[in-house]
Design a binder for this molecule. Structure first.
Ligand SMILES: *Cc1c(COP(=O)(O)O)cnc(C)c1O
Length: 387
């Protein structure tokens, strides 16, 4: 058994991040400033789109996106139940109604056919989530949106390196939102980025991200002449800081190298689990797409095992292997059950996957030996508890 605990989702960094953060601290500019501006620029160069806005989380970014699109009471927003709760919470923050569309059982992403079934006169936005880094079927989702005059806001929290056809995720839909939370492929502790090609939206989101003030703080303090500023709209406190951007600049620079390592570990898992009928591996990448490989999730065949998924996770912890569940379907969370009357059976495909998946450690921080330890532990548990 492994001697030390393998932490799930530990970020990977080097001396560049440390030196940049120290430089920022010494510069005295700790808030939103030149480094945030540079990080925004580098990020939109990477995703190949016109505008970008650094924020303090993807949740903040999703909230701003829905706000700028005018989502409010009486509107409906369609998304997947198999996501993190914040994708859905932001719909409620706008006073709108979340509407779930069940997933595709193979890709685990939102099923475009289910989206079509859920559209009403009140539908305003579709939020596809690229689960684990696998891009959703954006051709079909865009076609549905166009036909029904809906906006598309992509939750790309898992999908920084993802590509769909010739386009990078971030340059496809009306607005896309990325997360830089600690466990994500690019980490700034807390943080996120909004990308869009719409100048009006980005400028309004920028204003709303800093209290709704007429000038952002960076411009306020860097101009040589005095200017008063005023509150144009009651905004939020969602801005990214230069300390976060200091991490982001170098995390972005290492993203390609890190992706190579994650691909290597992904293939090690795929190879090792191919012979285990108790385990379903992530389905292969669709032709013409690039999976961001944020999370390697296996699905347990519970009919072939004597234990549940949660017990399986528990056994892994006892083997000193950290892992995660992404995700328990949102409609089954207490608030959503109590408020909307959702129950088991409402979205059977999301529930089936949600009861059986678990995510294994995957990241540039790992060594080949770490990955071998995970594989050994999985094989041991399967052997001990198979029917
Ligand atoms: C992490 C995550 C979020 C939220 O990101 P934050 O930056 O922590 O706000 C949203 N959606 C999904 C699918 C996520 O995994």
């Amino acid at each position: 058994m492994r001697k030390t605990f393998l932490v799930f989702g530990k970020p990977h960094s080097g001396k560049e991040e440390i030196e940049e953060v120290v430089d920022t601290i010494k510069s005295g500019w700790w808030g939103t400033g030149p480094k945030t501006e540079l990080f925004e620029k580098n990020f939109r160069t990477y995703t190949k789109n016109k505008y970008s806005l650094g924020v303090n989380s993807a949740t903040a970014g999703l909230h701003l996106a829905l706000k700028v699109l005018g989502v409010g009471p009486g509107d409906e927003v369609i998304t997947t139940p198999l996501t993190f709760c914040s994708t859905v919470n932001v719909i409620l923050h706008c006073g709108a109604k979340p509407v779930f569309a069940d997933i595709d059982p193979i890709t685990w992403n939102i099923n475009p056919k289910e989206i079509e079934r859920k559209i009403t006169k009140k539908t305003k936005v579709i939020i596809p989530v690229h689960l684990h880094g696998r891009p959703c079927n954006m051709d079909q989702i865009q076609a549905i949106a166009k036909k029904n005059k809906l906006f598309v806001v992509e939750d790309a929290a898992h999908a920084i390196e993802a590509r769909y056809g010739k386009k990078k995720v971030g340059s496809i839909s009306d607005i896309t939102v990325f997360s830089f939370y600690v466990t994500k492929n690019l980490a700034t502790g807390e943080g996120g980025m909004i990308t869009t090609n719409n100048k009006n939206w980005i400028s309004r989101m920028r204003t709303m991200s800093l209290h709704g003030l007429s000038h952002d703080a960076y411009k306020r303090y860097s101009v040589k002449h005095f200017e008063t500023y005023e509150c144009l709209v009651p905004g939020f406190k969602y801005n990214m800081t230069d300390i976060q951007a200091s991490l982001g600049l170098h995390q972005l620079a290492r993203i390609r190298a890190n992706a190579k390592l994650r691909k290597k570990y992904w293939q090690m898992y795929d190879k090792a689990f191919a012979a285990l009928p108790e385990i379903t591996r992530p389905s292969p990448e669709e032709r013409g797409t690039q999976h961001a490989r944020h999370l390697y999730a296996i699905m347990l065949s519970l009919d072939k095992l004597k234990i549940t998924r949660n017990q399986f996770v528990d056994r892994l912890l006892k083997e000193n292997i950290g892992c995660g569940v992404h995700f328990m379907p949102v409609h089954l969370h207490k608030y959503y059950r109590d408020t909307f009357g959702f129950k088991k059976g409402d979205f059977p495909k999301a529930e089936f996957v949600g009861e059986r998946i678990l995510s294994l450690p995957l990241g540039a921080n790992l060594t080949t030996r770490d990955v071998e330890d995970v594989i050994t532990a999985i094989k041991k548990i399967v052997k001990a508890y198979k029917k």
